[in-house]
Ligand binder design. Sequence first.
Ligand code: ADP
Ligand code: MG
Ligand code: MG
Length: 252
Amino acid sequence: TAMLTIRDLHAEIEDKPILRGVSLTVPAGEVHAIMGPNGSGKSTLSYVLSGRDDYAVTGGEVLFDGRDLLAMEPEERAVAGLFLAFQAPVELPGVGNANFLRTALNAQRRARGEAEIDAVRFLKLAREAARRLAMPEDMLKRNVNVGFSGGEKKRNEMLQMVLLQPRFAILDETDSGLDIDALKIVADGVNGLRAPGFSALVITHHQRLLELIVPDRVHVLVRGQIVRSGGPDLARELEVSGYGAVIREAAA
Ligand code: ADP
Ligand code: MG
Ligand code: MG
């Protein structure tokens, strides 16, 4: 069954068309990658799916679990199980990381009518998750992202993802500064959640990330349209040949 269905999605920013008819289905349990040259609309797609209001959707539809995603507020999307990894994690001086994470988790649980998780039980869950992500435990006590290195922020983002247990994660790994360690952290986060009821859309320039995650499908976005889809081999092919051939094919 389809977890996410995007049909002929058009979106623009400041009257400039960016997405020009994107169609894509991510079945439950699958991880799909979106690759594509700079400026092709990859981040725009993730922002539209997360509900950022500076992007105007001008056509098409998105169904999440059969629900009209675009009609939902960003908070409702999160409650429904959508997780968006932030590109620039916010720093929150004076706010302890564990408390912040527990507050976020319990807000979602309350909204779903689920029981809240108390501090003791949460700390146990958070420690387990931190261990799995090879994250030093003291990062749970520190202020949210304050003074965290790039790798620590990445780990923290994955910790947040693992604890929130989304049904669908969208990761936009645009950071050119991601080193191999950071890519491993992201891969561990995604691979650790892999399950029949979990899907993800991983947006990346990095073939190496896809070596670690091994997506079920790879889609190439060029000038706001998916011009090719394939298996993991497509990422390897693009690593070798670049986007030139795909762009020329699409233009032809
Ligand atoms: P990608 O993530 O694939 O590099 P983006 O979605 O970031 O691409 O950008 C797609 C296009 O939209 C680019 O041409 C970019 O310049 C344009 N764009 C993105 N954000 C804005 C904005 N805030 N204002 C105007 N144009 C934008
Ligand atoms: Mg870009
Ligand atoms: Mg981008």
